[in-house]
Ligand binder design. Structure first.
Ligand code: PLP
Length: 260
């Protein structure tokens, strides 16, 4: 008799769609497959973009997002939730409403406000709504330093200063350092219990489209698999670095991580 397929943890992804395939839901799906998880993608927004930059986006109606995610939640055991682009303040409330149905499920929050090319994927108010409403129910948020500065309202703040301002809102904060220009990248994990963990890696040449999505969805997958948080952060950073080292340039713009 054939054995049933081994159980793959389900990760509910609430993110935008990037038609170039480098970031957004496609990044989530690929990264989660690579971890041995099942991605359940709920579309929050559609974007018009290529590997150079975003030219437009449209946020879906709240009812459509609730309907998509509620179907999945009623059908499958969700082991983790990954948030990417939300696009509007209302979408932050919509996600909070969904999380009430998933009380002990770890939520990984990637506070997406800009594309790699600099184009907007949401006003700063969306970031503030994520901070006020979703950080308190999240296991971890994964802003890069420019995003952390927006969320902390400290335009020139260091990672430590931003973390001090944001930690009262959230249990764990991973501030990534990829957007600077130092030869060595410093990624810093701050925990509400006062502990801190630093992870360094060599900077790779080039700029990448979908690196933040890859990191956050990998982390959600690792937590869904039951990995402890600090270890999950380390293995997600390592995996993401390898996808960037092996990245390809499918268009005329940024490199796309090779996730599979
Ligand atoms: N989510 C969507 C839908 C996007 O289009 C983008 C970037 O274009 C992002 C997230 C963020 O991408 P990155 O992982 O490069 O920060």
């Amino acid at each position: 008799m054939t054995q049933p397929n081994p159980f793959k943890p389900v990760v509910l992804c609430l993110s935008g769609h990037d038609p170039s395939g480098g970031a957004g839901l496609q990044a989530d799906i690929e990264a989660l497959i690579a971890q041995g998880c099942h991605a359940a993608p709920t579309v929050t927004a559609l974007t018009v973009q290529d590997t150079v930059d975003v030219s437009d986006f449209r946020v879906l109606d709240r009812e459509w997002v609730l309907a998509q995610a509620n179907k999945v939640i009623s059908d499958m055991p969700v082991s983790a939730v990954k948030l990417g682009m939300l696009g509007s303040v209302e979408m932050a409330d919509t996600v909070l409403e969904l999380m009430l149905r998933l009380p002990n499920v770890p939520l990984v929050c990637d506070p997406v406000l800009r594309a790699g090319g600099g184009g907007s994927l949401g006003k700063d108010d969306v970031g503030f709504a994520i901070r006020e409403r979703l950080f308190p129910v999240a296991a971890i948020a994964t802003p890069n330093l420019p995003e952390a500065r927006i969320l902390a309202e400290l335009p020139d703040g260091s990672a430590d200063e931003c973390a001090a301002k944001l930690l009262p809102h959230i249990r764990h904060l991973l501030i990534t350092g990829g957007h600077g220009d130092e030869a060595e990248i410093h990624n810093r994990l701050y925990c509400a219990d006062g502990s801190q963990h630093d992870f360094t890696c060599p900077r790779l040449p080039g700029s990448y489209h979908g690196s933040g999505c890859t990191l956050a969805s990998t982390l959600a997958g690792r937590l869904a698999l039951g990995e402890e948080l600090v270890s999950a952060v380390r293995s997600s950073l390592d995996y993401t670095w390898r996808t960037l080292r092996d990245a390809e340039q499918p268009g005329h713009g940024q490199y796309v991580p090779r996730r599979l």
